[in-house]
Design a protein around this ligand. Structure first.
Ligand code: ADP
Ligand code: MG
Length: 754
């Protein structure tokens, strides 16, 4: 369809923003609004409030200070003036002319010297003057004005979008097809589609402003619900389709149950029993299992998975366990071998990782292919080496979100064989509603109980200057026969070194203080109060000065920890070396393991009771929680000591405080999610998290739950003949399905691939 204002050139600029159709443009919502219905007059402004002011440009000035150029704009109404200040504002030079009308929006600050008020880095817009066309006037002055993220430089900024979207809405007036059933809208009290779109872009007079800003007007809710409804409806169908696929119906005979009992080294927790029950029920059913086993670190997922694998093996099938790293694969292999030794049956277990030499790989592959290997443990090598199983019955994936894609399992079975069951284990305590939509096509079992005999881990935050005391403490613990981990954010200290975590960089960029300007000269004395002293001085190259595992391994072994057996583990060691170090630590031949986050997931050494993390402020919350989960695995009291560097950002503070406050993985996950947003929390694409146009999984959790219920209700209508109030017509149904198909293919292509 032709959209006024969008020619071929503009279309080309829009394409990379995923705006390909008129509809896409309509769903590009304002990210905030400005209330220009009643612009505030300068004499009524109070310091501390957020305000929108329309005033005339009086003059502007670029101050070239030693570090950051400051742009000052003075606007006025009558005799009153307001000063607006932008740091690094060179780009604004020449943009304003005396006599123009501008709207500025920002926090009102007092300005000591002149008695005038000021705004720092306000949002601004030059308003159309009297010569502008009537349309522009009408859209920008005297109303609630939508503000958009630019779709391409100044050209496609707010003003362009306002006009284009306004014209578009005019040209489709009365012709935007509804895509949800009327019955549903009435019941939920949501507006129709066209009205919602119109009101979200051009809110009618009197719309509560805070509702607009928080996306909670009925119009917003309608559009968010719509998006989530189609997501959930698609997932509902996927689940249904999976149920119809041909899988394996495993038997759970007494003989099988006896085999499970034989390997159990302890009494399972109630949660473990329940989870195993759910898994076995799935395995017995003829449709393929797709289940997520979710349990905090240390909740005992491994044994549950192993029992599930035994069910497959006892039924004459092969089971495969995939771990995200060689260390973990090796550890699982050793643990499984040890547990299965308890069994009277003689299972054949093999390990397949990328670093094995070619001969061994070839041999292992042939054992898998001819069916001799019953239990196969490995890394992605299982997929990459094109191993074809003889009779694959169950695949267990540990920490799946690091792997991404699930559909590749298909490669592991022979083409004409039944679909294997799949069990995914994750220690990421995903809030339930999110789990349900992210892993929407998986059923979920939760281990919400820790094995008995665990004592809570004592967590302390310690400034870097006190590290000496920490090392003394480590020595004392080692003297008692315990072991410790000391974790660093980087492997080596050299400049080109990549941190092993991907988290610190944006953090640094996001929260660094504004570039410190020079504090000098009488004129600039006025702005000096903006810059607390600390930010002027504390500006060492933030990225240098990070302690590294390699360097600290040397220093600690030669100094504070001299005489102890100190090992080193990081991602750049080759696989054999990693394995040797890990094994020695497990056997207690290493007292202190200096490491990077390679030990983050899964490593299980119950005798280790101390986890020290240096530069703890640089780690993400999930990482810290995972790291802490490496201790507290035995009966002895355990400690997690978070050593911080000289500068901690505000969100860093929040993370550290949360760690000290709670050990509850779900609480930490909720906080993490709210600090970082779902995209980063899961590593968007990897988790198959769709890109939402209007919804936000953190903000809209309740609507997500509602959408899920409604999608299930829609997909499973009551049997015909039953009286239902407010029926959905066939035409409406057809429209929903058509819309689903379109939305699903375009927006959620990745999810669909599973
Ligand atoms: P995770 O869920 O983090 O993978 P693991 O499976 O590694 O946890 O289990 C953590 C530790 O708890 C292991 O040492 C394991 O042997 C032990 N464990 C698991 N279940 C129980 C139980 N029911 N009783 C006692 N110890 C258990
Ligand atoms: Mg585990």
């Amino acid at each position: 369809m032709y959209v006024r204002g969008v020619g071929p050139r503009v279309a080309e600029m829009l394409a990379p923003k995923s705006i390909l159709t008129a509809e896409d443009l309509l769903y590009h919502l304002p990210f905030r609004y400005e209330d220009r219905q009643n612009p505030r007059s300068l004499d009524e402004l109070k310091p501390g409030e957020m305000a929108s002011v329309i005033a005339e440009v009086r003059g502007s000035l670029l101050l070239r200070t030693r570090k950051a150029p400051i742009f000052e704009l003075t606007v006025g109404q009558g005799r009153l003036a307001l000063k607006c200040i932008w740091f690094n504002g060179t780009y604004l030079n020449g943009k304003f002319h005396a006599g123009q009308t501008v709207a500025v929006y920002g926090k009102v600050e007092p300005s000591r010297s002149t008695g005038n008020l000021k705004m720092i880095q306000p949002q601004f817009e030059v308003l159309p003057d009297a010569s502008a066309d009537a349309e522009t006037q009408m859209l920008e002055v005297g109303r609630i004005t939508p503000v958009y993220e630019s779709l391409g430089g100044a050209r496609l900024a707010s003003r362009w979008q306002r006009k284009t979207i306004f014209n578009l809405l005019e040209s489709v007036r009365g012709a935007v097809p509804e895509c949800l059933p009327q019955e549903l809208l009435t019941r939920l009290g949501l507006p129709g589609r066209e009205a919602a779109l119109r009101e979200v872009h051009f809110p009618p007079e009197g719309t509560p402003f805070d509702r607009l800003q928080s996306s909670s007007t009925p119009a917003h809710q309608r559009l968010i619900f719509e998006e989530l409804f189609f997501l959930e409806l698609g997932l509902e169908l996927k689940r249904r389709r999976m149920r119809e696929r041909a899988g394996i119906a495993f038997a759970a005979t007494d003989k099988v149950r006896e085999a499970l009992r034989e390997v159990l080294p302890f009494h399972p927790t109630r949660a473990q029993k329940r989870a195993l029950g759910e898994i076995v029920a799935d395995m017995r059913s003829p449709s393929p299992m797709r289940r997520l086993l979710q349990g905090d670190v240390g909740s005992g997922k491994t044994i549950v998975a192993l029992q599930a694998m035994l069910v497959a093996m006892e039924n004459g099938y092969q089971a495969a366990l995939m771990a995200p790293t060689e260390i973990l694969a090796t550890q699982h292999f050793l643990a499984a071998r040890k547990l299965l030794e308890r069994s009277s049956r003689h299972y054949r277990i093999v390990l397949l990782t990328g670093s094995l030499d070619e001969d061994r790989k070839r041999h292992t592959r042939s054992l898998i292919n001819n069916g001799e290997a019953q239990l196969v443990i490995g890394t992605h090598a299982l997929i990459e080496e094109k191993v074809e199983f003889d009779r694959l019955g169950l695949v267990v994936v540990d920490e799946q979100h690091r792997f991404g894609v699930m559909q590749r399992f298909k490669m592991m079975k022979k083409p004409n064989q039944a679909e294997p069951d799949v069990l995914v284990m994750t220690a990421t305590p995903i809030p339930r509603t999110l789990a349900l939509s992210l892993y929407g096509d998986l059923d979920v079992s939760v281990l919400d109980e820790l094995p008995p005999g665990r004592t809570p881990i004592v967590t302390r935050r310690v400034p870097g200057e006190m590290a000496g005391e920490v090392w003394d403490f480590v020595r004392k613990q080692v003297a008692r026969g315990r072991q410790a981990y000391i974790v660093y954010p980087v492997i080596e200290g050299s400049k080109d070194d990549q941190p092993e975590l991907d988290f610190s960089q944006d953090e640094e960029a996001g929260t660094a203080p504004p570039p410190a300007p020079a504090r000098k000269s009488a004129r600039k004395g006025k702005t000096a109060d903006l810059f607390p002293k600390a930010s002027v001085e504390a500006n060492p190259g933030a990225k240098s000065g990070l302690k590294s595992a390699v360097e600290m391994h040397e220093k600690l072994s030669a100094g504070p920890l001299a005489g102890l057996r100190v090992g080193l583990l990081h991602g750049r060691l080759d696989a054999d070396d990693k394995e040797v170090v890990m094994r020695r630590f497990q056997r207690g031949e290493i007292d202190v393991l200096v490491a990077t986050t390679v030990i983050e997931v899964g490593v299980d050494v119950p005798n280790a009771t101390v986890m020290v993390v240096e530069h703890a402020e640089r780690f993400g919350l999930a990482q810290l929680h995972q790291l802490r989960g490496r201790v507290g695995r035995g009966a002895a009291k355990s400690y997690c000591i978070l050593i911080t560097g000289p500068r901690v950002s505000p969100t860093g503070e929040e993370r550290l405080n949360a760690m000290v406050r709670t050990q509850d993985g779900f609480a930490l996950a909720e906080l993490d999610l709210s600090l970082r947003g779902p995209g980063e929390f899961f590593g968007t694409r990897q988790a198959g998290l769709p890109d939402f146009r209007v919804a936000n999984l953190v903000r809209d959790r309740q609507l997500l739950e509602l959408a899920k219920q409604e999608a299930a209700r829609f997909a499973n209508p009551p049997a015909p003949g039953k009286a239902v109030a407010g029926k959905i017509t066939d035409a409406e149904r057809a429209r929903v399905w058509a819309r689903l198909k379109e939305a699903w293919q375009r927006r959620y292509g990745l999810v669909e691939a599973g």
